[in-house]
Design a protein around this ligand. Sequence first.
Ligand SMILES: [Zn+2]
Length: 308
Amino acid sequence: MQIKPQKCFLCGEANFSHYASATDVEYFTTDEHYDFYECNNCKLLQIAPVPEDKLSKIYPPNYYSFATQKQSLVNSIKEWLDKRLFKKILNQLPGNDLKLLDVGGGNGWLLNIIKSITGRVTYTHVVDLDPDAEKLAIQNGHQYFCGRIEDFNTDVKFDFALLLNLIEHVKDPLAVLSKIESILTKDGVVLIKTPNYDALDARIFKHKNWGGYHCPRHWVLFTKESITTAAEKAGLKVNHFSYTQGAPFWAVSIMAYLKQKKLVNINASRPAFYHPVYKILIGVFAAFDILRKPFGKPSQMFIILSKK
Ligand SMILES: [Zn+2]
């Protein structure tokens, strides 16, 4: 039975259209299907029911170590692209005492990269749910808060906050953005990376477990318009917007399709990204999305925000 959401997490309206159903085709933590509803008012896509009482099930113990391996694979392909973006952001930040926050930053690997770009970073903080990452993060010289960003309290004001592949995992994106706005310096910026469901792969795989659903771990999904609305409601403004390649979503979608056709063997103990075909798909679709970027909208977005 489909259970409609009671209200939109972004605009508060209760006017939805059923968009798609999906299940976990990456970690295989559940056979249950979850429904995604699109708000007819603000176009936020949200999962129903929100599996907030099943966190330990839907984020299995191997989730973070798999995620780290996935990160290193994807990073080797596009690290130079990101470095360019980070350089651009850092160049715009004044002062020699920069304080950085990475929400969902794991062991602080990205903060390490940013610190290697500039000598102006004096303080780095990770907020994440992974207790195993805490030790490494501290070894790497970062502060660590093990918990949700909503529960993070600090007197520090940050010049640069990173929310990469984070905002889509939360139930209340407005609360998260408002929290970030409150701990930002006057000239501080926020970099968000999040899926865009107004994309070619999202349309092709809409009813075939599109990888961007990351079901049931992505609870809200945006387009350019709805992420802009969310930012503005939280007292932030958009300084920069760009699309970026969605190779992981192509690859997960295609692997799920191949599994359904019994052409690949993937399961809970051997998720798709261990499969050699997955790695080929990542390379092919990263190139495909980068080539078509001038003419289309790939399925991930970079948004840079600052205080209004
Ligand atoms: Zn809405």
